[in-house]
Design a protein around this ligand. Structure first.
Ligand code: ZN
Ligand code: MN
Length: 499
């Protein structure tokens, strides 16, 4: 047992729902939470004789993601039928793409997994991002939804049928649950930045299917455990936990049975969210005969250079690149840069505030410590609080000058969101301007010293009590000014008094 090592190998398949107004091949609205079977038509119901028409916007959105994932975008792509029978699929086939996907051979850079939380700030700053290969990305249509809610029957809602889905398949370059999660989070940021998907997990707009196995080295020999695919995960947490669970389960199974990967030895498992275990679904994943063949009702898509260039023009600076730039350009910590670039609206707002003269670190503090909290409470973006970037920059300037304390700045920020007024005006109205006038403050310090001879004695004694007594005197001055004195200035005056 001395020579025993294992390496985790994970590949990820991700389905992302694109936020087009209408479905992939018909004019029905893409909707969530509507009355069951109210957003359907003969095309998405799969009636005989109807003809699908490609949603151009969905295609362009998919190409845009392909470009963001550094993929090769072929100039010719086509549609294929993937046949299978299931009650939520009325046509008995799904229109998908088989041998000629619209994007292939790309990669995604992901931040170091867990780096933000687990490591110290300096370590996280120096950690490198990792490149994960993307095998392909293709477009297809979603199926409907079977509902097993009550009674000895199931019902089906076909509103989701025909919704455009982008399927992305990664290389097995991931080393475990944390990295898979990092990839999923990064992809969510990317599709939101590009404006091609809301990436809302609660609405099932991103679904994950990891493939997991281990390469075990034991006494100089190498063994591979059978590949397990975990189906249909719809949260980052489930993705990470199910992979970590599988790693341990496969290790245990190997030690108990010595079971190794053979040809076609792949199983499918589901994730039980309550018990936090994977559950066997299909023992032997047969090479499914989906009988793929070219969709006869749709013309292939020929992407001209001009069209591709037009789509490429819609690319923006991607979130990770922006995060790295914030660390370099604005000297922010990787953690802060990650928070600011979480949503494109937040990052844009931050940059506007900096462009109007806000000191980056102070603007960052105001946004991460106050703005985002407020936005979260209101369920909106920080750019939708009714506060202008200019006023946040001004407020940051007031903190820098010592006109207001950090605590007062938070109160002013909240008042700005409520009233839309300028920060300086609010600071006056709320009496939050710090007194920094040394002359005025010195008189108060003198009064406080005269009124507290014991504390003065303690300070001059220089003993253990000295530091505490200084704090007490400072507190007395702050109280006298109802908290409006600039504590830094007061401390300096007190220090001066005692030489
Ligand atoms: Zn329809
Ligand atoms: Mn698929």
């Amino acid at each position: 047992m001395s020579d025993f090592q294992h390496k985790v190998i994970v590949g990820l398949e991700i389905h992302v729902q694109l936020c087009t107004r209408s479905k992939m091949f018909c004019g029905c609205a893409v909707a969530f939470g509507e009355q069951a079977n109210s957003r359907v038509c003969p095309v998405c119901l799969g009636m005989p004789g109807v003809l699908p028409v490609m949603n151009k916007q969905a295609f362009e959105y998919a190409v845009l993601v392909g470009l963001a994932l550094n993929c090769e975008i072929p100039s010719f792509t086509k549609w294929d039928r993937k046949s299978y029978y299931y009650p939520d699929l009325p046509k008995n086939y799904q229109i998908s793409q088989y041998d000629l996907p619209l994007a292939k051979d790309g990669f995604i850079q992901i931040p170091p997994a867990g780096g933000k939380k687990a490591k110290g700030k300096d370590e996280a700053d120096s950690a490198q991002s990792k490149r994960i290969g993307i095998i392909r990305a293709h477009l297809e249509e979603d199926a409907g939804k079977n509902l097993h809610t009550a009674g000895n029957f199931s019902s089906v809602d076909l509103n989701r049928t025909g919704t455009p889905l982008l399927e992305i398949v990664s290389e097995p370059d991931l080393s475990g649950g944390a990295e898979a999660r990092a990839l999923a989070v990064e992809l969510q940021r990317i599709v939101r930045y590009l404006g091609v998907s809301e990436g809302d997990m609660q609405k099932g707009q991103m679904r994950f299917e990891p493939n997991i196995n281990l390469v075990i080295t034991k006494d100089g020999k190498e063994f591979k455990t059978p590949i397990v695919e975990v189906k249909n995960l719809n949260s980052f947490r489930a993705l990470e936990r199910s992979i970590d669970y599988e790693v341990q389960r496969q290790l245990d199974e190997f030690l108990e049975t010595g079971l190794v990967l053979e040809m076609g030895n792949k199983t499918t498992r589901g994730w039980d969210d309550e018990r936090e275990v994977t559950v066997l679904q299909r023992e032997k994943e047969e090479a499914h005969d989906y009988r793929y063949f070219p969709e006869p009702d749709l013309v292939p898509v020929e992407l001209t250079d001009a069209w591709l260039d037009e789509i490429r023009g819609r690319l923006c600076e991607l979130p990770l690149a922006r995060q790295v730039r914030y660390v370099e350009e604005y000297k922010l910590s990787d953690y802060d840069a990650g928070v600011l670039t979480g949503e494109r609206g937040t990052a844009d707002f931050f940059e506007s505030a900096v462009a109007t003269g806000g000191e980056p670190k102070r603007v960052c503090n105001l946004l991460t410590q106050v703005g985002l909290k407020l936005a979260n409470e209101k369920g909106c973006g920080v750019d939708e609080l009714g506060v202008t970037a200019q006023s946040v920059a001004d407020l940051a300037g007031m903190v820098a000058l010592g006109d207001v304390s950090a605590g007062a700045a938070a109160a002013i920020f909240e008042a700005m969101a409520e009233t839309g007024k300028e920060p300086r005006l609010l600071a006056d109205e709320l009496s939050l301007i710090q007194k920094s006038d040394a002359g005025e403050l010195e008189a108060m310090v003198d009064e406080v010293l005269a009124a507290n001879p014991q504390a003065v004695k303690d300070v001059t004694s220089g003993g253990k009590k000295s530091k505490k007594a200084r704090g007490f005197l400072l507190g007395q001055v702050m109280q006298k000014t109802k908290g409006q004195a600039n504590p830094k200035v007061v401390s300096e005056i007190i220090a001066r008094k005692f030489g």
